[in-house]
Design a binder for this molecule. Structure first.
Ligand code: DGP
Length: 116
């Protein structure tokens, strides 16, 4: 069981912003932007790669609802999913990051030699 399942079960606290039958959204404990929300499926899914399309659909709809609720829908926001080791996924329960509340910088790869 991951820490996110404990949050779903209210065994540990989280600052919740949205909940429906399939998803839960709460503030990230270590925000990387003025607004940083995590959206997770209530079902235990390890990562994006192993997720079914129905669950992804629920997560994306929840992200839209969260953006609207927090008034990010007009100012803009970024949606990020870290999948696996190289992406730095720390918690093995699928989660979608919503980042906003300020102009966000671009993520650029340092290696300029690749042409593809
Ligand atoms: P990732 O690197 O994509 O696996 O992101 C995991 C995020 O989860 C990271 O930004 C910090 C956040 N996080 C980890 N533990 C907790 C927690 O107990 N509560 C909350 N609210 N966020 C957590």
């Amino acid at each position: 069981m991951t820490i996110f399942t404990k949050i779903i079960n209210r065994e540990i606290p989280a600052n919740r912003v949205y909940e429906d039958d399939h998803t839960l959204a709460f503030h990230d404990v270590d925000p990387q932007a003025p607004i940083h929300i995590l959206v997770i499926p209530k079902k235990e899914v390890k990562d994006f790669q192993s997720c079914d399309s129905e669950t992804i659909g629920y997560l994306l709809s929840a992200a839209q609802a969260v953006a609207k609720k927090l008034k990010l829908d007009e100012s803009g926001y970024r949606v990020v999913i870290n999948n696996g080791k190289d992406a730095g996924q720390e918690v093995a329960h699928l989660h979608l990051h919503i980042l906003g509340g300020a102009k966000l910088g671009h993520i650029r790869h340092q290696d300029r030699t690749r042409k593809d």
